[in-house]
Design a binder for this molecule. Structure first.
Ligand code: MN
Length: 229
């Protein structure tokens, strides 16, 4: 667990992402952070992160999580991120690593369902409980053989419990868990590419349906702004 690769990929005089402090000591007693960041970069994906040993272990999930236990979602292992990254929502400049818009799609805490997390990670079978705003209950990350290369691919799977469902949570709850914004609204506010960002919002929402449903926003202007080039 190290932030060396994270830092090597980024220029902190250009990107608003946090450099992160030196790795924090392993958390003892306090609850462990969980976050999913929806990231509209060259491709839309969901970055799934679990705090462990002072960093955020991270996986890129192209299709996002599914509440349906029969659906296995590919989760590509990526570099550890600083714990502070979990509250980052904004725009990474184009041309920088991961250039695009980042939303804190879900956040909360997690708890391992295994006695030894390091052993579970090494084995490639980590069972855990999420206490998020959107995702709750029991889940598993299982390492697969596929793809090769230096990064492992994993599958993110919901276990059967009271929180399992066939509803498509990525479509039904597209807004930021931190600010209530859509991807396009984050890009709009932070000087990003609004048109590109809007491709990350569900089509009916991006067209203004759900924008109008949000009481704190004026009815018409966000939709106009989203459409403006
Ligand atoms: Mn990403």
């Amino acid at each position: 667990m190290s932030l060396k690769e994270y830092r090597k990929k980024r220029r902190f005089d250009t990107t608003p992402e946090p450099a992160g402090r030196e790795e924090l000591p392993p958390s003892s007693g306090k609850s462990l952070a969980y976050v999913i960041q929806k990231h509209q970069a060259s491709h839309l994906h969901y970055d799934f992160r679990l705090e462990w040993n002072g960093v955020l272990l991270s996986w890129a999930v192209p299709k996002g999580p599914s509440l349906d236990p029969s659906v296995k979602r590919l989760a590509m292992e990526v570099e550890d991120h600083p714990v502070e990254y979990g509250s980052f929502e904004g725009v990474i400049p184009e041309g920088e690593y991961g250039g695009g818009t980042v939303m804190v799609w879900d956040r909360g805490t997690w708890a391992p369902e295994v006695p030894d997390v390091n052993a579970a990670l090494a084995k490639g079978d980590l069972k855990f409980t999420l206490h998020g705003a959107k995702l709750k209950g029991s889940w598993v990350l299982v390492r697969t053989r596929g793809f090769g290369g230096k990064r492992s691919s994993w599958l993110l799977i919901k276990h059967r419990d009271q929180f399992a469902s066939t509803k498509d949570i990525t479509l039904e709850e597209p807004r930021s868990a931190l600010t209530g914004r859509l991807v396009a609204e984050i890009a709009q506010a932070e000087g990003g590419n609004v048109e590109k960002a809007a491709a990350g919002d569900p089509p009916d929402v991006a067209k203004g349906k759900a924008v109008a449903r949000r009481p704190s926003l004026p009815r018409r202007s966000p939709r106009k702004r989203i459409r403006a080039k």
